[in-house]
Design a protein around this ligand. Structure first.
Ligand code: ATR
Length: 265
C-alpha cells in the first residue's frame, strides 16, 4: 500500500483524502492518503518523519507552501515561478517539489470547454494564487495575460518576476480600479471572496467567461458575472484538477477530471 498525505495547519477540513481515494478506486491503485497536522514551527520535521516512515508523496497546503518551496532540492519550472510547492516526493535521496495548481486550473478550464489557445485573459489579484497559475496558463496558449491588482506595484513586480519564464504570452499589469476592455476569460484570484468582501466589475469591462478560484463561499464576482449572462464556474474543479495532477505525478496515471466533479455536493 503506497502512503500519501496532505500536511497543513489547520487540516481537518481538507478534501484531499476523499479525492485521492476516489482517484485510487477509479484507477485500481492501492494507496492510503491521510491528513497531517503540523505545528506552525514544525513543518520540516513533519515531512522528514513522513518520508522516513516510507511515505511516497505529500501534498502541502496553507500555511506551508512557501516553506516547502524553500526546503526542496529540485523544483519544477512551474514551482519556481510560483515560489510555492504543493506536491512533494523523494528521488535518489533528494526532495522534489512541484506546484500543480496551475495545471489543475488549465485542466478545469478544458473540462468546461473554455479555450485558452490564443485567449485574452484577465486575472484579478497578484498574490500567491496568481503566481501559482501563471506559467501553466501561458503554456496553455494564452496570447495575453493582464494582471489587475488593488496594489499596482505588486502586479508589476509579479509580471517582472514571471516574464523571464514566458516567451509567447504578453504580460501586463493594471490597477484593479482601472478595469476596462474586452477579455475572453476573467479569473478571480484575489482573496476577496474568502474574506467576504465584494469586488466591483465596472460596465466598461467585458468578458466571455468567469472563473472564481475560491469555492464554497458566496462570490460577488460570480454574482456579477452571472448577471451578465456569461458562463461561470467556482474553484471546485481547480481543486480536483490540482489533486489529479499530483496523483498523476506520483502514480503515473491521470484520471479524467470530469469524472469527479460530482463529488462537489
Ligand atoms: P493568496 O496567496 O491567496 O493570493 P495573498 O498573497 O494575500 O493571498 O493575496 C491576496 C490577493 O487578493 C492580493 O492580490 C490582494 O490585493 P493587494 O495585493 O492589493 O493586497 C487581493 N485582495 C484581497 N482582498 C481584496 C479586496 N477586498 N479587493 C481587492 N483585492 C483584494
Amino acid at each position: 500500500t503506497r502512503q500519501f498525505a496532505v500536511v497543513g495547519n489547520p487540516i481537518e477540513h481538507s478534501r484531499s483524502p476523499e479525492l485521492h481515494h476516489a482517484f485510487a478506486k477509479a484507477t485500481g491503485i492501492d494507496l492510503n492518503y491521510s491528513n497531517r497536522l503540523a505545528p506552525l514551527d514544525g513543518f520540516a520535521a513533519n515531512i522528514q518523519e513522513f518520508f522516513n516512515q516510507g511515505g511516497t508523496g505529500l501534498n502541502v497546503t496553507v500555511p506551508f507552501k512557501e516553506q516547502a518551496y524553500q526546503l526542496c532540492d529540485v523544483l519544477t519550472p512551474r514551482a519556481q515561478v510560483a515560489r510555492a510547492v504543493n506536491t512533494l516526493w523523494q528521488q535518489d535521496g533528494k526532495l522534489y517539489g512541484d506546484n500543480t495548481d496551475g495545471q489543475g486550473l488549465v485542466d478545469a478550464l478544458n473540462a468546461l470547454g473554455w479555450k485558452l489557445e490564443q485567449a485574452n485573459v484577465l486575472i484579478l489579484g497578484a498574490g500567491g494564487a496568481t503566481r501559482g497559475v501563471m506559467l501553466p496558463l501561458a503554456q496553455a496558449g494564452a496570447s495575453q495575460i493582464v494582471v489587475a491588482n488593488r496594489t499596482l506595484s505588486r502586479a508589476q513586480q509579479l509580471v517582472e518576476d514571471v516574464q523571464p519564464f514566458i516567451t509567447t504570452t504578453t504580460l501586463s499589469a493594471i490597477r484593479l480600479d482601472q478595469l476596462s476592455g474586452q477579455f475572453d476569460l476573467i479569473i478571480n484570484a484575489t482573496s476577496a471572496s474568502l474574506s467576504g468582501e465584494a469586488l466591483q466589475l465596472p460596465p466598461e469591462l467585458h468578458f466571455q467567461q468567469a472563473y472564481e478560484m475560491a469555492y464554497g463561499k458566496p462570490s460577488s464576482f460570480l454574482d456579477q458575472a452571472a448577471q451578465r449572462g456569461v458562463p461561470i464556474s467556482d474553484g471546485f474543479s481547480m481543486l480536483v484538477g490540482q489533486a489529479i495532477e499530483a496523483f498523476s505525478i506520483w502514480n503515473g496515471v491521470k484520471p479524467a477530471l470530469e469524472d469527479f466533479l460530482s463529488l462537489k455536493s
